[in-house]
Write a protein that binds this ligand. Structure first.
Ligand code: HEM
Length: 446
């Protein structure tokens, strides 16, 4: 890590000895970026999590780094220190031609027929989950949606029924994701990293045992599709590839969906006029209240704006790291090869030069009339952009819509009067108290 006040003339500061700004970033990354911008502008360096990095802020920086027209940036180099030990060789940990080859095979699991089959399983899993919630009535939303998302993932991703095996898998994933941002990076027994490494071992063993049983079958879960996926040139995955990609996919899907749906439900509680508008839109489809078919997903415009607004306010991946493979120039600075470079959806999504009233929940800012997200192609970037843009983007919309449709058609939900959630941002946005919520069947609440 660097300790001088200036790096190639780039302004910035190291923070505390050894720790740099790690603790401040874990506590309040928004405050850190606001302070740094005030002191140094939109390009600055700092130390955190054992690395010196340069942060480039704003939509132009997002475009420059994510589109990477000059092939300056390695995604593997950026993510490796965070995810490499637990999710080695996942798609985000591959670069350039190797990355493109792996991504082409994975596309098979995200094509239209595959997606339509996932929607059926999602509808069923969500229906069962909501029935359990109804019996409880008052509960912590974050924990409940996390469990529901894990249960639906066991069925959609793995074709695995609910039960002790799914519970064990859920635990293993939970531990791996927690470990990805552990401050202590060595797997010393008892630490988060150690539990994460144990979790990864369990998952790996499970996948390896299952692969021969899945190859050549016609099941429609994502795991089986990846075992059998062949791209246009006849390329397919080895067993090792399937293990690495499945593990990574489950991780990439799980906490991002849990986080974004929690933010969405929180803001729909705080803005009951939007909850009602979304409910009216769902009812107007005149479909059964517990089943949203694939063909009608596109009809939920208001729900989509609300989800986009939740992703703007609390992007589940608030900062995206890369490693410079060569020296490059940006904003008048020369940034050396080998440097970690961050861009920040979290910062861009709050810039008053792009968003009017950025702190307010205003889903119609995504309407054709307001179109604030179209001020710049890289103004709204919860899914990243360029070669590594989220491959699960449509899956995310799909799950959010099926969930919201069933929730809105069957229940009203609210918080205690005057309640305001406090969200932690790192490792992923989440209400600190789990978001205590009240759910009432629609007929009863009317
Ligand atoms: C609201 C939900 C989600 C958000 C906000 C999100 C966000 C992101 C972002 C920002 C990236 C790019 C990171 C980078 O450029 O370094 C990414 C990549 C990725 N996401 Fe998502 N994601 C979500 C859901 C999902 C789901 C549901 C899946 C799978 C079903 C998924 C699978 C992936 C994969 C495999 C990559 C790596 C793509 C590549 O490197 O080519 N994500 N996601």
């Amino acid at each position: 890590m660097l300790h001088s006040a200036s790096l190639n003339g780039i302004p910035g500061e190291a923070g505390l000895p050894l720790l740099g700004k790690s603790l401040d970033l874990l506590r309040n990354p928004t405050q850190v970026s606001d302070d740094m911008v005030r002191k140094y502008g939109m390009v600055y360096w700092t130390n955190a999590f054992g690395r010196t990095s340069v942060t480039l802020l704003g939509p132009e920086a997002n475009e420059f780094v994510l589109m990477d027209r000059q092939r300056n940036f390695s995604s593997k180099g950026g993510w490796d220190p965070i995810l490499g030990r637990l999710f080695p060789n996942g798609l985000m940990l591959r670069d350039f031609d190797d990355h493109r080859a792996h991504r082409r095979i994975m596309q098979v699991a995200f094509k239209q027929p595959a997606m339509a089959a996932y929607v059926e399983k999602l509808n069923e899993g969500i229906r069962q989950g909501l029935e359990r919630w109804e019996a409880e009535g008052d509960f912590r939303f974050y924990q409940a949606i996390k469990q529901l998302t894990l249960n639906t993932a066991a069925s959609v991703f793995l074709g695995m029924p609910l039960g002790p095996e799914a519970d064990r898998l859920n635990r293993a994933f939970y531990d791996s994701v927690q470990a990805s941002v552990a401050v202590i990076r060595a797997p010393i027994p008892g630490t988060k990293m150690w539990r994460g490494v144990q979790g990864r071992k369990w998952i790996e063993r499970y996948f390896r045992e299952q692969i021969p049983l899945r190859r050549g079958t016609d099941a429609t879960d994502m795991f089986t599709l990846l075992c059998n996926a062949v791209d246009e040139d006849g390329n397919s995955y080895t067993d090792d590839d399937v293990v690495d990609h499945m593990d990574f996919l489950m991780m990439a899907a799980h906490d991002t969906l849990t986080s974004s749906i929690t933010t969405l439900v929180y803001h729909l509680c705080r803005n009951p006029e939007w909850q009602e508008a979304a409910r009216r839109e769902c009812a107007a489809l005149a479909l059964p209240a517990d089943d949203l078919p694939y063909e009608r997903l596109g009809d939920l415009q208001v729900v989509e704006w609300c989800f986009k607004e939740a992703l703007r306010i609390n992007p589940p991946v608030p900062s995206i790291p890369r490693c410079a493979v060569r020296e490059f120039e940006f904003g008048g600075y020369r940034i050396p090869a080998g440097m970690t470079v961050n861009v920040s959806p979290g910062y861009t999504h709050r810039m008053p030069s792009i968003w009017s009233n950025p702190d307010r929940f205003e889903p119609d800012r995504f309407s054709d009339q307001r179109a604030e997200d179209r001020v710049h192609r890289f103004a709204w970037v919860p899914f990243g952009g360029g070669a590594h843009m989220c491959i699960g983007l449509h899956f995310a919309y799909m799950q959010a819509k099926v969930f919201m449709y069933q929730l809105l058609r069957n229940y009203r939900f609210h918080l205690d009067d005057g309640y305001q959630a406090e969200f932690q941002v790192m490792p992923i946005p989440k209400p600190k108290d789990g978001l205590p919520i009240h759910l009432r069947p629609l007929k009863e609440a009317a």
